[in-house]
Ligand binder design. Structure first.
Ligand SMILES: [Zn+2]
Length: 263
C-alpha cells in the first residue's frame, strides 16, 4: 500500500532516458526499483517521439516527470511543425523542462549551424513557456556560451553531465545554471571534475545518471539505471567531506525547486 510519505523522494535522478530500448525487456522493474528506493526521476526526450514517450511515462508514475525537446544529434529533425507539437505537448502538467537541447561538436550528427538554430529556437520556446532548460554540451562550449549570452543573462536550468573545471563551472553558475553531476565523477581519471565538485556550492548541484549511459563505478561497463544514483551521491559526499544524507537532502531540494516538482 502506498502512503503519501513513500511518494516523497529522497533522491532525484534529474536526467534519465527511461524510454530507451535498453529497458525494453524490464522497464517496469527498473521503474519499480527506483520507486522502492524513493528515487524520483526526470525522464528526458531527445526528439518528438521520445518526448511523447517521456510524457506518457510521467503520466503513469507519480515520481516520474518529463522533459521534452530535440537533442543536438537530432537537430536536423526540428522544423516549425515539430516545434509547435513540442509547444502543445509542454502544456501537459507533467512536463517540467525543455531538454535535452544544446550542441554536440564531438559527434556532429547534425550540421553545426542546424544545431545552433535548433538550440536557439528551443531556448525561445522555454522562455515563452517559462520552463527551465536541460543543456547538453560536448566540445562546443564557446558557441554554447555565446548563444546563451545572446539570449539572456539569467537562466533557470541545468548543464547536464558537467565535466569541466572550476573556471567553466563559474561561467555557468554566473548565468544562473545548476550543474548536473553523474557517473563520470566516480571515474578515477576525472580528477579535474572531482576537484570542481569539491568546490561547487551544494545548492547548485543536481544529481543525474543519464541512464542507460554513463554508469558509475562499481557498475561501470554495464547498463545504468536510476538506483545507481546512490553511487553518485556517495562520491559527491566523499569529495565534499559531508554526510551523504546532506547531499541527498540538498540536491533533492534543488531539483524540486528548479523543476517545480509536485506529485
Ligand atoms: Zn541525456
Amino acid at each position: 500500500m502506498l502512503t503519501t510519505d513513500s511518494l516523497k523522494p529522497t533522491l532525484i535522478d534529474t536526467h534519465a532516458h527511461l524510454d530507451s530500448s535498453d529497458y525494453r525487456a524490464d522497464r517496469a522493474a527498473v521503474i519499480a526499483r527506483a520507486f522502492s528506493e524513493s528515487i524520483g526521476v526526470v525522464t528526458v526526450g531527445v526528439d518528438l517521439p521520445t518526448s511523447e514517450e517521456a510524457v506518457c511515462l510521467a503520466n503513469r508514475h507519480r515520481t516520474i516527470w518529463a522533459a521534452i525537446g530535440v537533442h543536438p544529434h537530432d537537430a536536423k529533425t526540428l522544423d516549425q511543425e515539430i516545434l509547435s507539437r513540442l509547444e502543445a505537448l509542454a502544456k501537459d502538467p507533467r512536463v517540467v523542462a525543455i531538454g535535452e537541447i544544446g550542441l554536440d561538436y564531438y559527434r556532429d550528427l547534425s550540421p553545426r549551424g542546424t544545431q545552433r538554430s535548433a538550440f536557439s529556437e528551443q531556448i525561445g520556446l522555454a522562455r515563452e513557456l517559462n520552463l527551465p532548460i536541460i543543456v547538453h554540451n560536448r566540445e562546443s562550449t564557446k558557441d554554447l556560451l555565446s548563444i546563451l549570452r545572446h539570449h539572456g543573462s539569467s537562466y533557470r536550468g541545468v548543464i547536464h553531465s558537467f565535466l569541466g573545471d572550476s573556471a567553466l563551472a563559474e561561467e555557468f553558475l554566473s548565468l544562473g545554471f545548476h550543474l548536473g553531476i553523474g557517473g563520470p565523477v566516480t571515474f578515477n581519471k576525472n580528477e579535474i571534475l572531482q576537484e570542481t565538485v569539491r568546490e561547487l556550492p551544494l545548492d547548485r548541484i543536481l544529481l543525474e545518471t543519464d541512464c542507460p549511459y554513463l554508469t558509475p563505478v562499481p557498475h561501470r561497463g554495464k547498463r545504468n539505471e536510476p538506483v545507481y544514483l546512490r553511487y553518485v551521491a556517495a562520491k559527491v559526499a566523499e569529495l565534499k567531506g559531508i554526510p551523504v544524507c546532506e547531499v541527498e537532502e540538498r540536491t533533492t531540494r534543488n531539483a524540486i525547486h528548479l523543476f517545480s516538482l509536485s506529485s
